[in-house]
Design a protein around this ligand. Structure first.
Ligand code: AMP
Length: 498
């Protein structure tokens, strides 16, 4: 099988000219320079023994070129955020059997990693250039990337996505009717450990268009607005939290060049979207939905009239993409056929992963077989409206989204209980008036000082998973069923938020 998305990228790199491929840290790179970099890195990737390559997620052209070099060589990449705690990185490297990490250039974080990961090979890509890249046409069932998401048991779960999964997503993307050409300029605002980044750089490269990342070292809101405006972005994919951040500046935002404005990653509020639509008068606006397990996103709604397509103020998530089949299950695991009845959304089809990496226990929990087909249980509660479209209602479990990042509250609790094994710990997610989510951790009769516990948590959890505050409580409040009253704890966190 040939992978047409790789054929398209490969063609753009062979025809390499001086048109713009990307803008990173405010510097422009042509297809010519991007192709030379991919070719240089590819020869090193080819000589690397393992099938999975770790890539340090630096905001550099080399980082993106390394991903493309892996793909054209038929290898998978695993993004490694150097800011993550070393223990977490070790766990990821071990689970995905990685022996080599590629990085763009040395900095303090890379040096620390080099010291901490003695048995891992490091390859610097800043000095690598080559003549011509080649395409090995990897088989569709080969892994293209592995992303790690928060896990309830305290260990992140590896989600392997194949070239076939990714191809199906990209076919589904095109079937949504976006007309992309060379002149398009894509926003790429995501950390590379987040799969929304992948469509943001892959899709433009297929058509000789460009992608534009946010400069680091700037306040994110400012960086976002600056890139949208100064880089004349025509296609933007953002998490709803991003427009939450832009809210105070809405009156001054005017982006007539934006043709497509997509949102994904968390519930999108209809009133916020209504305001945003005035900033982007010429854009088609879409709310897209999906978990990492089903490759980037897998349902879509054209949402230019958000007030007409919402439930409880949350914009609908529309219809499944081309290669995606859905079913909605009730609590007895029976398929719901009637409109307006809420159940868990389950996904099947060519976009959906075959299962977590080396994690049979999680596979048993997360997948269900129906009519000899395997469905992924999303944990998302939805219903099908009378209009036939899907509406998002909320989560079935304790998963929350922080700035778009998926966080299992159980993972924070598990990290806390390693520090105070005899004292129950409960993590809660709560929102403030501006709609942003925050985390708080409650520990019963905590024997560890709160600031010490916070310091210790920093060693195992990535920054976005750290609670805003740790509370010590003599006795957890109980609800009518005698269970810990999470609602009451959430209220305490909300009231004491500063
Ligand atoms: P991730 O695997 O990080 O992409 O997170 C997937 C989860 O994000 C889903 O299971 C949903 O809970 C949430 N999510 C993604 N997109 C949307 C959306 N458009 N509306 C509501 N929730 C969403």
């Amino acid at each position: 099988m040939t992978n047409s998305f790789l054929d398209s990228i490969s063609k753009q790199l062979h025809d390499a000219n001086d048109s713009l491929a990307c803008t990173i840290e405010e510097q422009d790179y042509s297809y010519q320079s991007f192709a030379a970099k991919v070719a240089g890195i590819q020869s090193k990737v080819q000589r690397t023994g393992s099938m999975n390559i770790g890539i340090v997620t630096q905001n550099s052209m080399e980082t993106y070129a390394a991903i493309i070099a892996c793909w054209l060589t038929g290898k998978a990449y695993v993004p490694i955020n150097p800011g993550y705690p070393v223990e977490r990185i070790k766990d990821i490297l071990q689970t995905s059997e990685i022996s080599t990490l590629f990085y763009a250039q040395e900095d303090e974080q890379v040096n620390t990693l080099q010291t901490a990961l003695g048995d891992i090979g490091f390859v610097e890509t800043a000095s690598l250039y080559g003549q011509e890249c080649f395409n090995t046409f990897p088989a569709g069932d080969k892994t293209a990337y592995i992303l790690f998401t928060s896990g309830t048991t305290g260990r992140p779960k590896g989600v392997p996505i194949t070239f076939g999964n990714l191809q199906s997503f990209l076919d589904g993307f095109d079937a949504l009717g976006y007309e992309i050409d060379k002149a398009d300029r894509f926003l790429q605002m995501f950390e590379l450990t987040f799969d929304l980044s992948i469509v943001s750089f892959t899709r433009p490269l297929m058509d000789g268009a460009s992608f534009h990342t946010l400069p680091s070292g700037m306040i994110k809101t400012l960086a976002l607005y600056q890139v949208l405006e100064e880089n004349e972005i025509t296609m933007s994919l953002m998490v709803p939290s991003a427009i939450g951040l832009l809210m105070p500046y809405m009156e001054d935002i005017h982006l007539p060049k934006l043709r497509y404005s997509q949102f994904c990653g968390e519930a999108l509020k209809a009133d916020v979207l209504q305001r945003w639509s005035q900033c982007v008068p010429n854009a088609r606006i879409d709310n897209v939905y999906g978990p990492t397990e089903a490759t980037i996103y897998c349902t879509a709604l054209q949402a230019n009239k958000p007030m007409e397509q919402q439930h409880n103020g949350i914009v609908g998530i529309g219809a499944p993409m081309k290669e995606v089949e859905i079913c909605i299950l009730d609590e007895q695991n029976q398929t719901i056929e009637t409109a307006d009845q809420i159940g868990e959304l389950c996904l099947h089809g060519k976009q959906v992963t075959a299962g977590y990496l080396q994690n049979e226990m999680q596979n048993q929990v997360a997948f269900v077989n129906m009519d000899r087909r395997q469905f992924y249980r999303t944990g998302d509660l939805v219903f099908k409206g009378q209009d036939g479209l899907l509406y998002y209602v909320g989560r079935k479990d304790d998963q929350v989204k922080i700035q778009g990042y998926r966080v299992e509250l159980g993972e924070i609790e598990s990290a806390a209980s390693k520090l105070a094994p005899n004292n129950p710990a409960v993590a809660v997610g709560y929102t403030q008036e501006d709609g942003q989510w925050h985390l708080a951790l409650f520990v019963q009769d905590n024997p560890v000082a709160e600031n010490e516990m916070m310091q210790a948590l920093k060693k195992t959890l990535p920054a976005y998973m750290l609670p805003k505050r740790i509370y010590t409580i003599d006795q957890f409040p109980l609800n009518q069923n005698g269970k810990t009253d999470r609602k009451a704890l959430r209220l305490i966190a909300q009231q004491n938020h500063s």
